[in-house]
Design a protein around this ligand. Structure first.
Ligand code: ADP
Length: 604
């Protein structure tokens, strides 16, 4: 279920449920109260009407009794009696007919009825209907009797009968209930008011609709003597608030009824207004719910989008939420967190790059060290081979040189033989030099030697070539004072190692240039001597081979390829290292590392 739906449900529950409960309770309460109060007022009106009916009947009977008592009926003839009956008939306007009957029901005189004019007799059919409703037997038994209602000439009527004591006759009067009907109309207004007899027969009222079962039950309930009020089902299925009040002595009941829709209108108003406000509340809830949820779900969506961005490693999160509430603070915290993450990521990347560089450097140093080891082994093998050859060649060469010298002594200087012998001697000396180089290369042993400052052998080596340097127009730059440490070994052999490098530099700069010689301490544990020239440089492909014995690029016997081999083996014998850096055409730098004169210092 989405957050928005939940908010709507929650608001709906909080806003609508109490309102609906309050509305239904107040409707039920006001309806009950209205049923009580309106019912009571209605019952009081019905009771008042019932008393009115009672007074009307009592007055009618009393008037009849008085009139009949005053008439000298027993002494008159039939015609005289009829005339005398006309006197009260004309006085009592609610009487529609009068008759005098004996105990068997026979007329003792013609009945008086119709227009109140002397000698006029009413409609025989109406008179006959009246006579048929006279409660003769009841009057004979009880003195006074009221008959059942009937309609005649468009109005409701009853027949009442009075026994005339001592004359065995009964005066019967047809009484119009028009007055009661008039009262009922007034009482009813827009509603319904009726007077019914004990059987529920309609006597008077503003309607002629017969009573329903529920209304008859109400009438029966009212017969007990007290007005009763309740909601009953009326005709057409409508519901009525009805009250019934008995008319004492006579057995009639006044029934007043009002449609419940009218009676409970205030309660219905309560219900209508409750429903109206519930609808208004529902609308407000919907609007409020949408506004509230949008205020939450909008930022949430932006935040989850930003989180997804972070997850993809994009730390430049642009979170467009600027508010002063909790969500705004949360967004600020999120931005700070993204910033921290970005910084840490940058740091990690930097570390990675640094580590990679260190690994690369370590790898290259390792490779250099491996090359160094290989070269050392190779040169060691060649050294022992060279030593063997030099040893074997030395004695025969000495003998050849000696013999050639003796031969030359016997020859005339300038003779062709002497010249040939001299050539042979030159070649022998050359061979002797090579043998000597080979021995020098093979026999490098450091021994303990002595400690000495390195600048001495360096200056000596440079001095050896001072003339050649000047001649070739080579500028010499030296920086030998920076070093404070001594090294240990044989300064003579170190001088030779340096001299070989200087000689190569001079040969690389036939057109002149600059020779730079620099001496420094390295971390207090080693000395670093670098010799740079601005000569032709060494192609990369040759760079590894230049230390090999007999490797030379010099033409016409200018070199035998032993110089760097000898320098390398001398430096190695002093536990040092010699490396070269060069770019073709841009000169070369040879660097010699030697351990400082300390017992544990060793660079291999
Ligand atoms: P040689 O000097 O007899 O040739 P080396 O062992 O001293 O023998 O040198 C070997 C080779 O190294 C040289 O022939 C030359 O090609 C190269 N070389 C040495 N030093 C330099 C330098 N400073 N500039 C250019 N090439 C050099």
């Amino acid at each position: 279920m989405s957050f928005r739906t939940r908010i709507l449900f929650a608001l709906g529950a909080v806003g609508l449920v109490p309102l609906s409960l309050a509305a239904s309770f107040s409707f039920a309460a006001s309806k009950t109260e209205l049923e009580r109060t309106v019912g009571r007022a209605q019952a009081a009106a019905a009771a008042e009407a019932a008393r009115g009916c009672e007074r009307f009947i009592a007055r009618a009977l009393e008037s009849l009794r008085m009139s009949a008592g005053m008439l000298p009926l027993g002494e008159l003839t039939r015609d005289e009696t009829a005339k005398v009956l006309g006197i009260p008939y004309r006085q009592l306007d609610f009487v529609r007919a009068l008759a005098l009957l004996d105990y068997e029901g026979a007329l003792l005189a013609p009945p008086v009825a119709g227009p109140r004019l002397a000698g006029v007799h009413g409609d025989p059919a109406q008179v006959q209907r009246f006579l048929s409703h006279v409660p003769l037997r009841l009057a004979i038994d009880g003195g006074t009797a009221i008959g059942s209602p009937y309609r005649s000439d468009g109005e409701s009527r009853i027949a009442v009968a009075l026994q005339i004591r001592g004359q065995r006759s009964v005066v019967a009067a047809e009484v119009s209930l028009g007055e009661i009907e008039q009262r009922m109309r007034q009482l009813a207004g827009d509603d319904v008011a009726r007077v019914v007899d004990a059987r529920g027969e309609l006597l008077a009222g503003n309607t002629t609709i017969a009573l329903t079962r529920a209304e008859l039950d109400l009438v029966s309930a009212a017969v007990a003597g007290r007005p009763v009020s309740r909601v009953v089902a009326g005709a057409n299925g409508t519901r009525w608030l009805a009250s019934a009040a008995p008319v004492p002595q006579i057995g009639w009941t006044v029934l007043v009824a009002q449609p419940t829709d009218d009676a409970f209108r205030p309660a219905h108003h309560v219900r209508f207004y409750s429903a109206f406000w519930a609808a208004v509340a529902l609308l407000l809830i919907a609007v409020l719910g949408v506004v509230l949820s949008r205020g939450l779900t909008g930022p949430m969506e932006k935040l989850s989008h930003a989180v997804a961005q972070l997850g993809e490693g994009r730390y430049d999160v642009d979170l467009d939420i600027k508010r002063g509430d909790e969500i705004g603070r949360f967004a600020d915290a999120f931005r700070r967190m993204a910033g921290d993450l970005r910084r840490r990521d940058d740091e990690i990347r930097r570390w990675n790059a640094e580590l990679q560089a260190r690994v690369d450097q370590g790898t290259s140093e390792l490779r250099t060290a491996q090359d160094q080891i290989l070269r050392t082994r190779r040169l060691a093998a060649l050294g022992s081979l060279g030593a063997g050859i030099a040893h074997e060649l030395n004695n025969p060469l000495t003998a050849v040189t000696g013999l050639l010298t003796i031969l030359r002594l016997d020859l005339q200087p300038g003779s062709p033989q002497a010249a040939t012998i001299q050539q042979a001697l030159d070649q022998s000396f050359r061979m002797a030099k090579i043998v000597s180089e080979l021995r020098a290369f093979a026999e490098q042993e450091r021994g303990e030697g002595r400690t000495f400052p390195l600048d001495g052998p360096v200056r000596a080596a440079l001095d050896l070539y001072a003339g050649q340097l000047a001649k070739q127009n080579i500028r010499v730059v030296t920086d030998l004072e920076a070093s404070t440490r001594h090294t240990q070994g044989d300064p003579g052999r170190i001088q030779r190692a340096v001299a070989n490098v200087v000689e190569n530099a001079i040969q690389a700069m036939p057109e002149g240039g600059e020779l730079k010689v620099q001496l420094t301490d390295v971390g207090g544990e080693a000395l670093k001597l670098s010799i740079s020239d601005t000569g032709e440089g060494i192609p990369a492909a040759l760079r590894e081979r230049i230390f090999d014995p007999f490797f030379t690029t010099k033409k016409n016997g200018a070199g035998v390829g032993m110089g760097l081999s000898v320098s390398h083996s001398i430096v190695e014998a002093h536990h040092g290292r010699i490396v070269v850096e060069s770019e073709e055409g841009k000169g070369a730098t040879f660097t010699i590392f030697l351990p400082a004169a300390a017992p544990a210092a060793h660079l291999a």
